[in-house]
Design a protein around this ligand. Structure first.
Ligand code: NAD
Ligand code: MN
Length: 357
């Protein structure tokens, strides 16, 4: 029996509900594997409750502790009682940056049987994947408050972005390598290099240079504002979309909304050199507006578990999970956010049932 050590961090709000759903699916797969593999899961109660009790989102050695695991399965973070920048930096970004998970992939799946919000004759033929730079850019955390540079002494805040040639090159190369494994073999790079004349011009130059090594891959370059419109107006033009930390974050919410809902979008924060574990999480946040009601859509988190299975070498099981999700939505067993009436538990049970078919 191959044992995988999982660090499970449900976090806040619906994070707890969707992780419970995902773990139910993983436990079922383990039972069905006839001893081929098992998950040794440790739960970590890190999040906003932990913060209110201890004054930090995770213990001092928290990120260090995670290095012992094969993968991290993450719910969501965010609580009205804690400032969002404290919870996000203290937990999710602390882990992504602390474990050098510099590549964040976010597939946008157009599932059957749900309300897509896109004008396209055959949305299910679309095959988008966003590649997010996950270590620097606008999320470098460099800056400060209370600069008294203005004569009227009103506050000035500075928030700097960092773009390194190394950071740009590795994520762009990753996008090209990913494109080679896909149907269309196309990479679209997104910046705002007309207005952001240092970091994003560097990004564009690196993109141009690296693209020469991939003559078999089609390329395209867009400014982010025009790209947002392109998502809606020319969805056929996109396959692999690579962008900075902030821009890819925004575009992935747009992509998942066009596919139906934030609730279906999955994501993997990949530690490419495998020195540390990767982290798998849905794209959405803790959704305080629906937390505790049992109605959260678990598909994003269950699809993230499939990305985790793939990363652990369980490709067959990963494919099964993806297929079970598609069967379930095709049967109309879906949550409110995508036009249905089922709750979290009903969908999870239906996905598990569809795993056996
Ligand atoms: P959100 O993603 O939590 O919610 C946005 C909207 O989408 C809400 O109306 C919510 O009900 C809906 N929604 C989200 N996930 C859903 C699901 N699975 N099923 C059904 N509906 C779903 O974003 P927000 O409201 O901007 O942020 C709430 C909190 O989450 C904030 O504290 C924010 O900082 C945090 N956040 C965390 C992460 C993360 O942990 N990775 C990501 C984004 C936001
Ligand atoms: Mn986001």
């Amino acid at each position: 029996t191959k044992a995988f050590k999982l660090a499970v961090i449900p976090g806040d709000g619906i994070g707890k509900e969707v992780i419970a759903a995902g773990m139910k699916v993983l436990t079922y797969l383990e039972e069905q594997s006839d001893g081929k593999f098992k998950f040794e899961s440790d739960y970590f109660n890190w999040g906003s409750d932990y913060y209110l009790e201890h004054g930090s989102m995770i213990p001092k050695n928290g990120v260090e502790t995670l290095k012992d695991y094969d993968a991290i399965y993450f719910g969501a973070v965010g609580d009205p009682r804690v400032p969002d920048h404290v919870s996000l930096w203290g937990l999710r970004i602390a882990i992504c940056q602390g474990l050098d998970q510099w590549a964040n992939i976010r597939p946008v799946e157009f599932l059957p049987g749900i309300n897509h919000r896109i004008a396209h004759p055959d949305p299910e033929s679309l095959n988008w994947i966003l590649v997010r730079e996950n270590s620097e850019g606008e999320y470098s955390g460099i800056g400060g408050r209370n600069f008294s540079a203005r004569p009227d002494e009103r506050e000035v805040a500075i928030q700097s972005s960092i773009f390194t040639e190394h950071g740009c090159e590795r994520i762009i190369r990753f996008a090209f390598d990913l494109a080679r494994t896909r149907k269309r073999k196309k990479v679209t790079s997104v910046t705002k290099s007309n207005a952001q004349q240092y970091g994003m011009v560097l990004w564009d130059e690196v993109f141009q240079r690296v693209s020469k090594e991939y003559p078999d891959v089609e390329t395209d370059q867009w400014l982010v504002d025009a790209m947002a419109a392109q998502f809606v107006l020319n969805p056929d033009d996109l396959e692999v979309v690579v962008a900075s930390n902030l821009f890819a974050d925004i575009l992935s919410d747009l992509g998942s909304a066009l596919a139906g809902s934030l609730g279906i979008a999955s994501s993997a924060n990949l530690q490419i050199d495998k020195r540390f574990p990767s982290m798998f999480e849905s794209v959405h946040g803790s959704a305080p507006d629906i937390a505790g009601k049992g109605v959260a859509n678990p598909i994003g988190t269950i699809a993230s578990a499939a990305l985790m299975l793939e990363d652990l070498g369980l490709q067959e099981e990963a494919n099964k999970v993806h297929e079970a999700i598609r069967r379930t939505t095709a049967q109309g067993i879906i949550t409110r956010d995508i036009g249905g009436t089922s709750n979290t538990e009903e969908i999870t049970n239906a996905i598990i049932k569809n795993l056996t078919l």
